[in-house]
Design a binder for this molecule. Structure first.
Ligand SMILES: Cc1cc2nc3c(=O)[nH]c(=O)nc-3n(C[C@H](O)[C@H](O)[C@H](O)COP(=O)(O)OP(=O)(O)OC[C@H]3O[C@@H](n4cnc5c(N)ncnc54)[C@H](O)[C@@H]3O)c2cc1C
Length: 535
């Protein structure tokens, strides 16, 4: 059993920020676990476009208004205000000063402010088109310099330790649900350890991998959401899964994100026969319309015309040198699969990209379970409402990672004793009697079934029949997977599969329950609250 003051599960921008902030107090003992062998591996690593800052002609009020407009009427004004007011200074303090991230500067040494869809100001800071990589390598390097942070890789959280669920004391049933850490699977030793903690921070990121087409890397299976749900946490807005309009549609690099910044710099969406179509769907914003509008427009074009993809043309708008300088990763990745973006348009399709909902948290990242915090994409602060404004999620991870840490620090400071359960209070993980190793063919096959169901029936365009069908099929599969899970030795893949089916059902049920089209949740069989954006 491992005891720690604070357990942080996941070290993308949100978990790493929480750890760094807590580590400022040399008395604190912080343990960070990540299922990835490389601590940089996370959604954060793949962020391209950038992170919202505050340019000289911008103000918190203006940024807040843009966030609320993109959120389609259900963004929390309080969360938007917190982000807009606190974000820019934290970006300087944590990313630039502590993590040493060098955002792009012009020849005059001033920061270059990028433009992205639905932002009324140029306010996005970036490091070429590899912003996430620059951020995560800086944050992990900073964490490694903290003597009071223990970082453990290759360890997958299986379930939260919560009382009364895991308590041996029958009278604990009368107490509110409280978290004391997590059971976590060491992928090398192949054993489950008890990480017992006074405070636990879930920072496990998103769930894009439950969809067939996604921009998310393989670890984004919604693990944290499933853990919190099983423990009884309140989950909200799960139906609001944002689909990115433009993922590369080329064999060998499927799902690779073609950043919104390409459209921000003037790139046009065209049908395969070269016709610009966005003005038909959004006369005001055209190619820079909010993501949900653009993604559905592309889906509509593909469905009604039988296209396998549409095109995104930047070659006609920027010269070759400028394209290579601004989008070096996109240029290189496309070239590897035979597409020279300085000369020809890029084939693109929409893909699941971001979870706007998640574990409900308050302004300090506190969940509905005692001592359990959630930060970053796994959480729902209400900031994104029904639709996330581009480049706000990295900043949300930074702001709420910092806030949760601040709250934990204050709470620990007030305590005279940690009150941690002892070795005998938390039962060890019981795998007795399990001898069969998980069959990788079953894991892969079931995962693909989930991804196909989600893509076709709980995707960009939903209706009652599709959603009911999805839920029926997912429930049946969940029974199979639960039996598989109960009778097989644990592996990271099996843990992920069990979480993926749980999360798929959470999303599908939330989507069936909500009959109003709003933001990125589009129901064919209901009236949109945004009539002018209905397509
Ligand atoms: C291709 C792409 C481009 C993007 N571009 C942008 C952008 O330009 N700007 C922007 O603001 N946002 C962007 N986003 C969204 C943004 O990157 C994410 O929302 C954000 O990075 C999430 O950060 P996080 O810390 O919450 O989670 P992540 O960065 O995903 O970190 C999750 C961590 O949890 C760990 N983990 C997961 N499950 C477990 C488990 N069971 N046990 C232990 N550890 C676990 C992972 O290993 C990882 O360390 C992009 C996303 C993608 C996929």
């Amino acid at each position: 059993m491992i005891q720690t003051e604070v357990l942080i599960i996941g070290c993308g921008i949100a978990g790493a920020t929480a750890a760094l902030r807590l580590a400022r107090n040399p008395q604190r003992q912080i343990t960070v676990i990540t299922r990835a062998p490389d601590p940089q591996e996370s959604n954060t690593r793949y962020a391209q476009g950038g992170i919202v800052g505050r340019s000289p002609d911008d103000a918190a009020e203006i940024c807040m208004a843009d966030i609320l407009a993109a959120g389609a009427g259900v963004s929390s004004p309080q969360a938007a205000r917190i982000l807009a007011e606190e974000g820019p200074s934290l970006l300087h303090e944590i990313l630039i000063e502590t993590a040493g991230v060098q955002f792009d500067q012009g020849a005059d040494g001033q920061l270059v402010w990028g433009q992205e869809a639905a932002h009324s100001r140029r306010r996005i800071l970036h490091v070429g088109d590899g912003t996430g990589q620059a951020i995560i390598s800086g944050l992990i390097a900073a964490l490694r310099r903290c003597p009071n942070v223990t970082m453990v890789t290759n360890v997958t959280a299986v379930d939260l330790i919560t009382f009364p669920h895991h308590s041996r004391d029958p009278l604990a049933a009368y107490q509110p649900i409280t978290c004391y850490g997590a059971y976590a699977f060491d992928r090398q030793e192949r054993t489950v350890h008890r990480y017992v903690a006074a405070n636990t921070v879930l920072a496990t990121g998103g769930l894009g991998r439950i969809y067939r087409n996604t921009t998310n890397p393989s670890g984004a299976r919604g693990d944290g959401l499933a853990l919190a749900y099983r423990a009884g946490a309140r989950i909200i807005n799960a139906e609001y899964v944002q689909f990115h309009p433009t993922a590369l549609a080329a064999p060998g690099a499927e799902g690779f994100l073609i950043s919104e910044a390409v459209r921000g710099e003037g790139g046009d969406l065209l049908s395969p026969d070269g016709r610009a179509f966005m003005a038909d769907y959004s006369p005001q914003w055209k190619d820079l319309a909010p993501r949900d509008v653009v993604a559905r427009a592309i889906h509509h074009q593909m469905e009604t015309n039988g296209y396998s993809h549409v095109l995104l043309d930047i070659a006609s708008r920027m010269n070759a040198d400028a394209i290579r300088a601004r989008f070096p990763n996109i240029f290189a990745t496309c070239l590897k699969v035979g597409i020279d973006i300085t000369r020809e348009p890029i084939p693109v399709v929409p893909a699941a990209h971001y979870s706007c909902g998640g574990v409900w948290v308050d302004e300090w990242g506190r969940s509905s379970i005692g001592n359990l915090y959630a930060v970053g994409e796994v959480s729902c602060t209400g900031l994104h409402g029904a639709n996330r404004l581009a480049s706000t999620s990295l900043l949300e991870g930074l702001v709420w990672g910092n806030r949760a840490a601040q709250h934990i620090e204050d709470a620990l400071d007030r305590r005279t004793s940690l009150g941690l359960p002892g070795r005998d209070d938390v039962p060890p993980w019981d795998e007795s009697g399990l001898v069969a190793d998980a069959d990788p063919a079953l894991i892969q096959g079931d995962m693909q079934t989930i991804q196909n169901i989600m893509w076709h029936y709980v995707g960009l365009v939903r209706n009652a029949d599709r959603l009911s069908r999805a839920i029926r099929e997912l429930r049946h599969l969940q029974n199979e997977i639960e039996t598989f899970y109960r009778t097989t030795k644990l592996s990271d893949g099996l843990i992920g599969l069990r979480n993926a089916i749980e999360v798929a059902l959470i999303v599908a049920q939330a989507a069936r329950h909500n009959r109003t089209s709003r933001g990125c949740h589009y129901r064919q069989d209901s009236v949109s609250v945004e009539g002018d954006r209905l397509i």
